[in-house]
Write a protein that binds this ligand. Structure first.
Ligand code: UT7
Length: 336
């Protein structure tokens, strides 16, 4: 009932945004950002589209897996910062990688996206016996939807991409738990950049359609708006809940995990969640200092870096666990 990761890859754009750089936009300082979030620097794209970052990560994962891309049966791209309404990012990545036999679609579960997509890949491969491999990519350019006038949120986000090539494998450790709480949608959102249609009725347009639709004031009308405290509260409960639910399904003891790869949102969120799970920080993969929060790309970037540095080894029992806008949460327990 398992999923085997054949190879991983990642791409980080060259642009770097340090805490010091942020002091030019907003009233803040390096010490506040480091102690409240654990972040020192983030990568930012300076012209390359989001699909390009995903395609580079995908090519690297395919290389690491050592497979022929024509044998990929499914591509799922997960993002909240797609370059186009249509075509999907996954179709563009198919074109770039030569995975000509793959079905392609995109998935939006915000920062939980990669974990959701890996679980969808598992379900697809399990029920399509002739399909060999799936390619899961997470690519994000949060600098395009960050409100750089809001000091409580703009310090968090960065850009990047990562990917994994996976195959279905019988008789190996696997369990997952996915969830969401749409009543928390108002705590973290970014308005679509789509213009109004030519058929708009001004009166209807002025209705209060949602309790969360007001865009940020100022220069970033499509920037993210977040209630940091509510998201923080949700995150510290949702990550332990997801990991425990996945473990309980198969009677697995979380203490026997070798490594946990959590969403890199805030070092204090990770520490509190691990305390709730009674898991030591030595088992946790943390790279937030160098990347900040890259939404759905954060877990696979951390995974790829841990694999390449030897921090995660073949046979390790790992847990991928995240939370995000929606609000969503997700965990997978598997063997690397
Ligand atoms: O993928 C999910 C994405 N989102 C998250 O994970 C967000 C989760 N939330 C958080 O990580 C934290 O709530 C934040 C990092 C956003 C904020 O940290 P906090 O410890 O909750 O700070 P706070 O909002 O309680 O603010 C404390 C103080 C305030 O000043 P006063 O009112 O106490 O005088 C803020 O105005 O810190 C001030 N402050 C800042 N000061 C310097 C807020 N942002 C900054 C800043 N630099 N960048």
């Amino acid at each position: 009932m398992g999923l085997h990761i054949l190879g991983t890859g990642s791409f980080k754009p060259d642009g770097m945004l340090t805490n010091e750089d942020l002091t030019k936009f907003i009233e803040t300082n390096d010490e506040w950002i480091r102690t409240r979030t654990g972040i020192s620097v983030r990568h930012v794209a300076t012209g390359e589209p989001t699909w390009y970052m995903g395609a580079e990560a995908a090519k690297s994962a395919i290389d690491a897996a050592g497979i022929d891309p024509v044998e990929i049966a499914l591509i799922i791209d997960t993002t909240i910062t797609q370059d186009y309404c249509t075509p999907s990012m996954s179709c563009i990545i198919q074109r770039e990688t030569g995975a000509v036999n793959a079905a392609c679609f995109d998935l939006n579960a915000a920062c939980s996206g990669f974990v959701y997509a890996m679980d969808m890949a598992h379900r697809f491969l399990k029920t399509e016996p002739d399909s060999k491999y799936a390619l899961v990519i997470a690519n994000e350019q949060l600098s395009r939807i960050t409100n750089y006038e809001d000091r409580s949120s703009c310090i968090l986000f960065g850009d990047g991409a990562a990917a994994a090539v996976v195959e279905y494998k019988e008789d190996t450790l696997y369990s997952s738990h996915l969830g969401a709480d749409g009543t928390g949608a108002k705590y973290l959102f970014a308005k679509s950049a789509l213009p109004d249609s030519p058929f708009v009725d001004e009166e209807k347009l002025s209705y209060e359609w949602h309790d969360f639709s007001s865009a940020p004031e100022g220069s970033y009308p499509h920037g993210m708006k977040q209630d940091g405290k509510e998201v923080y509260r949700f995150a510290t409960h949702a990550m332990p809940k997801a990991a425990k639910a996945a473990a309980d399904k198969i009677g697995f003891e979380l203490s026997s995990l070798d490594k946990i790869v959590p969403h890199q949102a805030n070092i204090r969120i990770i520490e509190t969640a691990m305390k709730n799970l009674k898991l030591p920080m030595e088992k946790v993969v943390v790279n937030i200092k160098q990347h900040g929060n890259t939404s759905s790309a954060s877990i696979p970037i951390a995974l790829d870096e841990a694999v390449r540095s030897g921090e995660i080894k073949r046979g390790d029992k790992i847990c991928l666990v995240g939370f995000g806008a929606g609000l969503t949460y997700a965990a997978i327990i598997m063997e690397y």
